[in-house]
Design a protein around this ligand. Structure first.
Ligand code: CAA
Length: 241
């Protein structure tokens, strides 16, 4: 049976590129999104990929959402890509509790919620692929991102632990750590700050969402069964972990 992939935050940016690529690779694909109906509508229209709305920060919504996807598509999720995430940049001395919590809940708690919803099915089947999107800023730290750097570093630790637990069950769990990639997430950064960031990227440009999707495609392939617990850095040379 054709494998079913679920991509969170999959209607825009890196998530949309991943969803399109996995569909082009021949997988069945479903995507989750939180609230941007216009983006979801245009993604559905362009790709024909079904979209499902829930908040990955909500544990119960994740359990219900995954069951809904599985019911609609008639099979269990084989491939999970935890891509949804947010930034709430501020220096720590100006950071609110809400800015801290938003990022921890969306970028780290969501991994527990989503993996918990699919892991039993993967273990029962003896096959699964989980890819968690981390960040270069987890590896190097980033001015103004104590929340995001902490959550995305947590993603890497989570990935390693679950990889160990899952290895004997045919499930691989890996992380991808993108550098600065050309998506809406960069839109809020001051242009002058952005110029400074670009100057730190040896390749001399931002990453493209398709370049991150290419790595995910590799990691979820049948032939990547010996790759687990890894963090693949895709950052134009900005940080060499
Ligand atoms: N390193 C050292 N000092 C810095 C600095 C840096 N990177 N950035 C700013 N400063 C300095 C400033 O020069 C300034 O110094 P003075 O007080 O001497 O003038 C001081 O720190 C305060 O800077 P700001 O006035 O800019 O502070 P702010 O509170 O207005 O803004 C900020 C802080 C919102 C964090 C802003 O600096 C910013 O947007 N930084 C970029 C954060 C970033 O890279 N986010 C990534 C988002 S994309 C993403 O996260 C995806 C991914 O995975 C890669």
């Amino acid at each position: 049976m054709t494998r079913l992939a679920l991509v969170t935050g999959g209607t825009r940016g890196i998530g949309a590129a991943i969803a399109r690529r996995l569909a082009a690779d021949g997988l069945r694909v479903a995507v989750n999104y939180r609230g941007n109906e216009a983006a979801a509508e245009s993604f559905r229209h362009d790709t024909g990929i079904p979209t499902f709305r829930w908040d990955v920060a909500d544990h119960d919504a994740c359990q219900a959402g995954v069951r809904e996807v599985e019911k609609a598509l008639g099979q269990a999720v084989d491939v999970l890509v935890n891509n949804a995430g947010v930034t709430r940049d501020a220096m720590l001395h100006k950071m609110s509790l809400q800015q801290w919590r938003d990022v921890m809940q969306d970028d780290l708690d969501a991994l527990f919620h989503m993996c918990r919803a699919v892991i039993d099915g993967m273990r029962a089947k003896g096959w699964g692929r989980i890819v968690n999107i981390s960040s270069v800023n987890a590896q190097k730290g980033q001015f103004g991102q104590a929340n995001y750097s902490a959550a995305k570093a947590g993603v890497i630790g989570f990935t390693k632990a679950l990889a160990l637990e899952s290895a004997r069950k045919g499930i691989t769990v890996n992380a991808v750590a993108p550098g600065y990639t050309d998506t809406d997430m960069l839109a809020g950064i001051d242009p002058q700050v952005m110029e400074g960031i670009k100057a730190q990227i040896p390749v001399g440009r931002l990453g493209r969402p398709e370049e991150i999707a290419h790595a995910v495609s590799f990691l979820v392939d049948e032939r990547a069964g010996f790759v687990t617990g890894a963090t693949l850095a895709i950052n134009g040379g900005q940080y060499l972990a």
